[in-house]
Design a protein around this ligand. Structure first.
Ligand SMILES: *Cc1c(COP(=O)(O)O)cnc(C)c1O
Length: 455
């Protein structure tokens, strides 16, 4: 059997990448700088020092092409990495497509998603600089659980503000956070000024990521031994996730194949970037013509319907202003099931690449995503997270297009996590209780009247 008949392409531990790839080194122009929320001036490392350790601030601003993965971080990565690249042959057969479909499976981590790739690195650098505790926000709980895991492994305390509606609806992610020794509080809470002011306005608010970020940032800024940690959006988070794409490149090399299309779902953009950026490097160098497709829900259409503008990362306007596609920092998302895809903004690096035409954004209705996920579960076996379902469905659509066009192209998508804690969403889908919801234009227009005005 020739090598390109393999189904599961696994790397030996010793072949795991030892450096992350920093796309900033290869961009045609530097991304627009983040701005200080008070002065509107470009941010300096000192502005970020209350929130992040210096090593991460340096990575945030670095233009070095490769950054070494510390040995201790590699050691933790090896608990589940390298992750498999799998050829979805049974899905290919079901679709009767000439396309080759591969997925990179990040559901093998202890937390069940790609998020520990950055959580572990962030915990490490904070511990190295003497930080005692990390504070963060979480939506559906994937990030909170990943950071709880990482803090536990590096002996740090961990405090998680969890969006209230998820805290109530997703008790098992909350339990995971607690099993790994972290403290979790529903947001908005009375513990912070940001939380109290939101509760005064709307005691029954379901909460949002933007509000929870405000709470976490406030706590980090006010406590000497505590720093803040973000699970997506920022350059250093995307950097840490590139271990995914770097592994995938080696795996494609083993079967002598190379993707024509790279697909990922996007919330803040980190799992998509992690798979895509190493391949984008080849495109930026002029060596390849791969397409890159970033998939978002129609209920939170940041890339497809928001403007590319400076905005705050949080509701209380405490974070820096970053230039990104945005639905406005006051965005309170509808209760769709892909909780991890409900952030109002998008990573500045991905926003810039979309604006430059190097990444194609697509928005999917919720039912189409679940339909794809069920097809996938019934062919490949894996029950994917509702977020990942967006990537699955888009890969299926690409494969069906390849059939119509009679083209044998190579498709890869990032399977960002399993859906074992999201069975309530599958229940609702199977019972016919899920509906499509397209975010109303009126709400977008209104939110955008509150974008910051820059001098
Ligand atoms: C958090 C999450 C996402 C979305 O976040 P990104 O930063 O855009 O990757 C996607 N899939 C899963 C499984 C997640 O946990």
């Amino acid at each position: 059997m020739s090598t390109n008949h393999r189904t599961k392409i696994v790397l030996d531990e010793r072949e795991m990448p030892t450096r992350w790839y920093n796309i900033a080194a290869d961009l045609p122009a530097p991304p627009p700088p983040p701005l200080h929320p008070g002065t509107g001036q470009p941010l300096t490392p000192a502005d970020l020092a209350p929130l992040f350790p210096m090593a991460l601030i340096e990575q945030e601003m670095s233009s070095e092409r490769y950054i070494d993965i510390p040995e201790e971080v590699q050691e933790v990565y090896r608990l589940w990495r390298p992750s498999p690249l799998v050829r979805a042959r049974r899905l290919e057969q079901a679709l009767d497509t000439p396309a080759r479909i591969y997925f990179k499976y990040e559901g093998v981590s202890p937390a069940g998603s790609h998020k520990p790739n950055t959580a572990v690195a962030q915990a490490y650098y904070n511990r190295e600089e003497g930080v005692r505790r990390l504070v963060t926000e979480t939506g559906a709980g994937q990030w909170g659980s990943a950071l709880a895991l990482a803090c536990n492994l590096f002996g740090l305390g961990c405090k998680v503000y969890m969006v209230r509606v998820s805290y109530q609806q997703k008790p098992y992610r909350r339990s995971m956070i607690q099993v790994w020794g972290a403290e979790v509080t529903p947001s908005p809470s009375v513990e912070t000024a940001a939380g109290r002011s939101i509760l005064a306005l709307d005691p029954d608010t379901p909460g949002s990521l933007g509000i929870a970020i405000s709470e976490a940032v406030e706590v980090a800024a006010q406590n000497e031994d505590t720093k803040y940690s973000l699970g997506s959006v920022l350059n250093h988070v995307l950097l840490h996730q590139t271990v995914i794409g770097l592994e995938a490149q080696k795996q494609f090399g083993q079967v002598d194949d190379y993707p024509d299309v790279v697909i990922g779902c996007v919330g803040g953009g980190s799992n998509f970037a992690g798979l895509a950026f190493p391949f984008l490097r080849d495109v930026l160098a002029g060596d390849r013509r791969t397409r890159f497709v970033a998939v978002e829900p129609e209920a939170c259409p940041t890339l497809t319907r928001g403007p590319y503008a400076y905005d705050f990362g949080d509701t209380a306007q405490l974070t820096p202003l970053v230039k990104m596609y945005t639905l406005g920092h006051g965005f309170v998302p509808p209760g769709i099931h892909a909780g991890g895809l409900r952030y109002h903004g998008m990573a500045p690096l991905i926003s810039m690449l979309v604006n430059d035409g190097l990444v194609e954004p697509v928005a999917l209705p919720q039912l189409a995503a679940f339909e794809g996920a069920v097809t996938f579960a019934r062919t490949e076996g894996i029950i994917v997270a509702p977020e990942s379902a967006h990537a699955v469905r888009t890969a299926i659509d690409e494969a069906l297009r390849a059939r119509e066009e009679g083209q044998a192209k190579t498709i890869v998508f990032n399977l960002s996590g399993h859906g074992h804690f999201d069975m309530g969403a599958y229940d609702a889908y199977l019972a016919g209780q899920l509906f499509d919801y397209s975010y109303p234009q009126q709400a977008i227009d209104e939110a955008l009247t509150h974008l910051p005005v820059l001098a």
